[in-house]
Design a binder for this molecule. Structure first.
Ligand SMILES: Nc1ncnc2c1ncn2[C@@H]1O[C@H](COP(=O)(O)OP(=O)(O)OP(=O)(O)O)[C@@H](O)[C@H]1O
Length: 327
């Protein structure tokens, strides 16, 4: 088998809305493959089709060599899933929860104890295994969900927003477990996220998804290199006017407003800086801050989609991005 996952022209419509629009990609065995995109881009719908939860409207997909429409039960045996809104039974202990899931997935009784020990160790929950789930923190729950999804030795693990709603420390923990997993288990991970940092740090390759289509697909490094040039980030008292005047001057490859800032992608920032400052001065736009950076993944996203990656689920993303952007 060439690839652990293959999709060809995969499409899913909901009435007149095309949530996933002719998506084709391959995933290599053993890689962490990221689907990155804003809310509503079609990431969960793509994963749901690969997990046989949703039927494609058209196109094909195989997982571990099995067709998602024609061989759904073989696909299900090959995969583990950690979804955004999981149901974990609070009345069970962590260990009981894993055993129940192992039973559901047909893990032989003779192997069960050993496997539960292994997955508990992987997410460092051995000490809490006999406590009721109701006493777990949200980070611990997410860790148990990951352990649970691995109980039947899946070939492919789908992680849908694995760190959403978690504090930065728990997020770091989850990232290190995911890296451990790749080392210790013979597994491939498909991860959806709208955290740029998560995609950048974890994924071998990233598909940027927007409006149901893949707009770019490569390693984070290559995506950034291909964008080339530099990014000038400015905060001004009149971003709209400033953007308009910069666009009129035709000096930037791309110019967009991202949150409270204007981002310009240019060939050579240092030769262009005086020009940029002059444009602001000519139109009496006060510049509050200005900085020059190598392109980041969010600049790649801006370049391909023409907009910033917003998080409609909360303010933490914009807060996090603002913090990251501060020099
Ligand atoms: N069951 C459904 N019925 C109708 N429309 C749906 C359904 N599920 C998803 N959609 C729509 O399909 C589009 C893609 O949604 P999807 O959940 O795949 O996006 P996403 O990229 O996973 O977003 P998020 O980051 O918010 O999870 C959205 O416009 C959404 O409203």
């Amino acid at each position: 088998m060439a690839h652990i996952i293959e999709t060809r022209d995969l499409t899913r419509k909901f009435g007149s809305l095309t949530a996933v629009d002719n998506i084709s990609f391959d995933v290599e065995s053993g890689e962490i493959f990221g689907l990155l995109g804003p809310n509503g881009a079609g990431k969960s719908t793509t994963i749901s089709m690969l997990c046989t939860i949703l039927r494609p409207t058209s196109g094909t997909a195989t997982v571990n060599g099995f067709d998602v429409v024609k061989q759904p039960s073989q696909v299900r045996k090959s995969i583990g899933i950690v979804f955004q809104d999981p149901s974990i039974d609070d009345k069970l202990t962590g260990r009981e929860n894993l055993a129940m899931h192992g039973d559901l997935y047909g893990v032989p009784r003779s192997e069960m104890g050993k496997r539960i020990d292994e997955v508990l160790k992987l997410v460092e929950l051995e000490d809490r295994q006999h406590d009721f789930m109701s006493t777990y923190s949200s980070g611990m729950r997410r860790r148990l969900e990951i352990a649970r999804s691995l109980i039947h030795y899946p070939k492919v693990l789908f992680l849908d927003e694995p760190t959403i709603g978690l504090d930065p420390q728990s997020r770091d923990h989850i990232w290190s477990y995911i890296r451990e997993l790749i080392k210790k288990e013979n597994i491939t991970i498909i991860l959806t996220t709208h955290y740029m940092e998560e995609a950048d740090k974890l994924c071998g390759r990233i598909a940027i998804v927007d409006h149901g289509k893949i707009v770019a697909l490569d390693t984070p490094k290559k995506l950034k290199e291909e964008l080339g040039g530099e990014t000038i980030t400015l905060k001004t008292r009149n971003n709209v006017l400033f953007l308009e005047k910069v666009k009129e001057a035709g000096i930037a490859r791309s110019a967009v407003i991202a949150g409270e800032e204007v981002k310009l992608t240019v060939e050579n920032a240092h030769t262009l800086l005086p020009r940029v400052i002059n444009i602001a001065a000519e139109h009496k736009v006060y510049i509050e801050s200005i900085s020059v950076q190598e392109p980041q993944l969010d600049d790649v996203f801006l370049h391909y989609t023409g907009r910033a990656l917003r998080d409609s689920k909360g303010k933490e993303m914009s807060a996090m991005m603002r913090m990251r952007r501060r020099p």
